[in-house]
Design a binder for this molecule. Structure first.
Ligand code: ARG
Length: 576
């Protein structure tokens, strides 16, 4: 384990117990980044209070234990009692050389292994995928990639909306325009037009509305012909999602579909179980759960409706049944729900009911991986000029088109330009999303996302292409760079030190389900590499050992960046 913070924590913990007594071996050494050194340990301050001794004196005693460590320089005490920790350059160099030979780049495997259900993407059948689904799809896919990388067992659950009363009017509209036309419209992405036409008929034509209502009843009763038409709608929509997933490089397949309808056969029993356990009661004819701690504005307990007074079930019932299924049948111990922040009350109520039912426990957790809005430049929900929702596919096309303009003069060959523009445009869109804290909103601005400078996909892609070109100019393969890595110049030291943090950055995403932490780390690595490259000639280094070392640092940077971008699901073009 080369992660400096972990190594220092262990080292200082030993020094604490040596200096103060074995009873302090478990004390948190409080390792923090420092302005004056690589890190500082702040533990002496709080321990001094317990010991009733001056903090600087305690710090000096602890520091003295580290006087001849091969990891850190003899530490200095600063301020009220901080212990400044500067890593030895030889230690950094040796660790970085070790990393070069480590296929895992020091990413520790999950311990203990978890079984994680990641509920993400989840578009609605016969409704357009819009910009909101970009985030739930892209963030969710980054999380499954990271969790699988550390060895967790991951179940992707695409909880698509394929059930509800809206299917009555859609089936009737399908019959009106004919199956082939409907299939074509849905698979080609003319989904909004289909849905709007169905809604228009429903609103304008009472006879149509009546047919639609009867159709809902037939669907719920399992009428075979109605089910066949409904499946046609569902499958056509799935083809459409799959085309978008393929374009975006999303790892979801048909095997990951866990649609709302999948839970239908479980709903009645789940309702009975909750009612018998006294966790749900009839209120105004509906079966409702009133989980503790949720009240409305009037101070009255808020209901989670499980069965409506007409006997129908809703979105919430399905989510409650899904938790039971995922914990009891799939035996998952971590559930991640990558869903818009506007659904947080709903999800928290569902989790509260599941806790009462005993399906969620301290060992079996559910987390709302809350997703913020994508806005327009005005800070309001992203809309098209006419005020409607913007199709996700339109955004993808625009990103790629603009990327093509950015690289146009460097790639006159149309086929090559198209290939690179696809990676750059989609990379910009995905990275733009992943680099922002997932629960905050951001304004979609293509100029910013596509900028070659700053924390953008193209900047990181370009950093990898530049490193590749160093090697190709020298006729070398980065995979052959064997080092050893030496650390003499400050820029070499900083870069090597950053590279040692890859495992910690990956595990920060595992712990918090926040991919932007990995993005921020990768941006830091790429920026640090830029400084290194400006200050330290690689191919024209003064001597052969330095040249080998800098080639190795470059190769290691390339691997960290490509592995990290791969975990985020951001494509990396070979050239740019
Ligand atoms: N289909 C829903 C939507 O588009 C999202 C479903 C999220 N997942 C869930 N288990 N509720 O808003």
């Amino acid at each position: 384990m080369a992660d400096p913070e972990v190594v220092l924590a262990r080292l200082v913990a030993g020094a604490l117990s040596d200096a103060l007594g074995a009873q302090y071996s478990g004390a948190d050494p409080l390792i923090r980044p420092s302005q004056f050194a690589d890190f500082q340990a702040n533990a002496a301050l709080s321990l001094a209070r317990q010991l009733g001794r001056p903090p600087r004196e305690v710090a000096a005693d602890v520091a003295a234990q580290l006087a001849d460590s091969d990891v850190v320089e003899p530490p200095e005490v600063s301020g009220p009692g901080f212990i400044n920790l500067t890593l030895r350059s030889e230690w950094i160099a040796a660790q970085a050389t070790g990393l070069l030979g480590d296929p895992r780049l020091d990413v520790a495997p999950a311990n203990p292994l978890q079984k994680v259900v990641v509920d993400y993407s989840a578009p609605n059948v016969a409704k357009e995928m819009h910009v909101g689904h970009l985030r739930t799809t892209v963030v969710g896919d980054a999380l499954v990639r990271v969790l699988e990388h550390i060895g967790d067992e991951v179940v992707r659950a695409n909880h698509i909306g394929d059930w509800g009363t809206q299917f009555g009017k859609m089936v009737e509209h399908l019959l009106d325009i004919g199956e082939p036309a409907a299939r074509q419209m849905l698979a080609d992405g003319d989904i909004n037009a289909f849905y709007e036409a169905a809604t228009a008929s429903f609103d304008a034509d009472p006879a149509f509305a009546e047919r639609a209502r009867r159709r809902v009843v037939a669907l719920q009763a399992g009428d075979p012909e109605t089910l066949r038409l409904w499946e046609l709608l569902v499958h056509s929509s799935e083809q459409y999602y799959n085309a978008i997933y393929a374009r975006l490089g999303i790892t979801l397949t048909d095997a990951d579909l866990a649609p709302e309808s999948f839970y239908n056969p479980m709903l009645a029993a789940v309702c009975d179980e909750l009612e018998q356990a006294g966790l749900a009661v009839i209120s105004d004819g509906a079966l409702c759960a009133f989980p503790p701690g949720f009240t409305g504005r009037d101070g009255q307990p808020l209901p989670l409706i499980l069965r409506k007074s007409d006997g129908g079930y809703g979105y919430g019932t399905t989510d409650v049944a899904a938790i039971k299924y995922r914990t009891q049948e799939l035996k998952a111990n971590r559930l991640l729900y990558v869903i818009g922040s506007e659904q947080s009350l709903h999800m928290n109520m569902v989790y509260a009911v599941a806790k009462q039912a005993g399906w969620l426990t301290p060992e079996i957790s559910a987390e709302h991986v809350s997703i913020g809005l994508v806005t327009g430049a005005d800070g309001k929900r992203f809309r098209s000029r006419s005020g409607g929702t913007v199709k996700l596919i339109t955004l993808i096309d625009e990103a790629v088109e603009r990327a093509s303009e950015v690289i146009a003069d460097r790639y006159p060959d149309a086929a090559e330009r198209a290939r690179i523009a696809e990676a750059v445009g989609i990379g910009a869109l995905k990275y733009g999303d992943l680099s922002v804290a997932r629960d905050s909103s951001y304004a979609l601005d293509f100029d910013r996302l596509l900028a070659l400078n700053g924390n953008t996909g193209p900047y990181l892609q370009y950093a990898t292409a530049r490193i590749r070109s160093i090697f190709s100019r020298a006729g070398l393969d980065p995979a052959d760079a064997a080092g050893p890595i030496l650390v003499a110049e400050p820029a070499e030291r900083t870069l090597a030190l950053r590279l040692l943090g890859f495992g910690a950055a990956v595990h920060a995403v595992v712990a918090t389900a926040e991919p932007h932490k990995l993005a921020a780390y990768l941006f830091d690595v790429a920026s640090t590499f830029t400084t290194f490259y400006e200050q330290c000639p690689v191919l024209r280094a003064d001597d052969e050992a330095t040249r080998q070392s800098r080639l190795a640092l470059s190769a290691l940077t390339l691997r960290v960046l490509t592995t990290g971008l791969g975990l985020l699901g951001v494509p990396v073009p070979e050239r740019m």
